[in-house]
Write a protein that binds this ligand. Structure first.
Ligand code: SF4
Length: 318
């Protein structure tokens, strides 16, 4: 496979689909693969790097059994558990991130869904953030109804986060309390409500490379606007606590492959940047053009200022 020729074709409008032979991604020359992905990113996405920050608005005691997750009540991780944070705490945190030039901010809540008083509370917080701060709003509250998505949009939220986590084939190996199809339904409903969608998953959960390719193709078929890619950091007390961490090469190959299959989406590095040298600098030259950042995060190794400096040094505008 001539990867530079393929990247030119993608820049000129070609789109790879499930019907193409995509097996070459597994053993293509890594440097050429990354070079081609960077070329596609530069041509179709430009030099803007998209930075987002999240706050854990309600922590722990989740009824679901996602095997990777510290917040599941099925695991014993010793994570701090708390009810929905009060509005002042949420607003102050959002203001801090807006002041630091982060582009997007999201409240994330543990749990299968968000309903009742907690959902109303989230909408009130989003409304006030939207009125007061110069930052785009995203939300992540599990499986919601179309009416709930409409209410979020009404409150100023632009993008909804709903990870598909892995391939359809592999999903039952990571969670059995809800299903892959529930996630797909949620993504369709969010789009129908006029929200953009941020959906990706976690690599390093025992899946094959073909599963990762399948996940990338599925997200292309769903037309998601942003794809967060996490590399599993095994957490003690979860079902995946003993899985070995991925190598930098495996992460870069996956990031680059996602760019060929989703040429115009944000490919957003999330957890697991510490598994790569220099907080994943090379991944931003291999297809990725967005990241979760924050001074409280331990998963990138960088704080907001360090991320902005690194991205600027390699040619991005932040
Ligand atoms: S639904 Fe969300 S919070 Fe609950 S276990 Fe799964 S990933 Fe964790």
């Amino acid at each position: 496979m001539n990867l530079l020729k393929l990247s030119d074709e993608i820049i000129n409008g070609k789109r790879l689909t499930r019907n193409d032979d995509l097996s070459f991604f597994a053993d293509a020359d890594l440097n050429q693969l990354c070079e081609g992905a960077d070329k596609i990113r530069k041509a179709l996405c430009g030099s803007h790097a998209d930075l987002c920050s999240i706050i854990n608005g309600r922590s722990g005691r989740c009824s679901e059994n996602c095997k990777f997750c510290a917040q599941s009540a099925h695991h014993h991780t010793g994570i701090e558990e708390y009810s929905f944070l009060n509005k002042d705490t949420l607003l102050e945190d959002c203001r801090k991130h807006a002041d630091k030039g982060v582009h997007r901010y999201s409240i994330v809540t543990a749990g299968r869904t968000l309903v009742g008083k907690d959902f109303e509370h989230a909408c009130e917080a989003y409304k006030e953030m939207h009125e007061k701060f110069n930052i785009r709003l995203c939300a992540s509250h599990g499986l919601l109804t179309k009416d709930a998505f409409l209410a979020l949009k009404e409150s100023g939220v632009e993008m909804y986060h709903e990870n598909i986590e892995t391939s359809k084939r592999n999903f039952p190996n990571i969670c059995t309390t809800h299903h892959y199809e529930d996630k797909i339904e949620g993504i369709h409903l969010a789009h129908e409500a006029g929200l953009s969608v941020c959906s990706g998953g976690i690599i390093g959960m025992g899946e094959t490379f073909e599963d990762r390719v399948d996940m990338a193709v599925s997200l292309a078929e769903l037309n998601v606007e942003s794809i967060p890619l996490n590399a599993l950091i095994p957490i003690k007390g979860t079902a995946f606590e003993s899985l070995p961490p991925l190598t930098e090469e495996e992460i870069l190959r996956t990031v680059a492959m996602f760019r060929y299959l989703n040429p115009t989406a944000y490919i957003r590095l999330a957890a697991g940047r510490t598994l790569m040298k220099n907080s994943g600098k090379k991944a931003f030259l291999s297809g990725a053009n967005a990241t979760i950042t924050g001074d409280m995060l331990t998963t990138s190794g960088n704080n907001i200022e360090q991320d902005k400096k690194m991205l600027t040094e390699i040619g991005y505008s932040v």
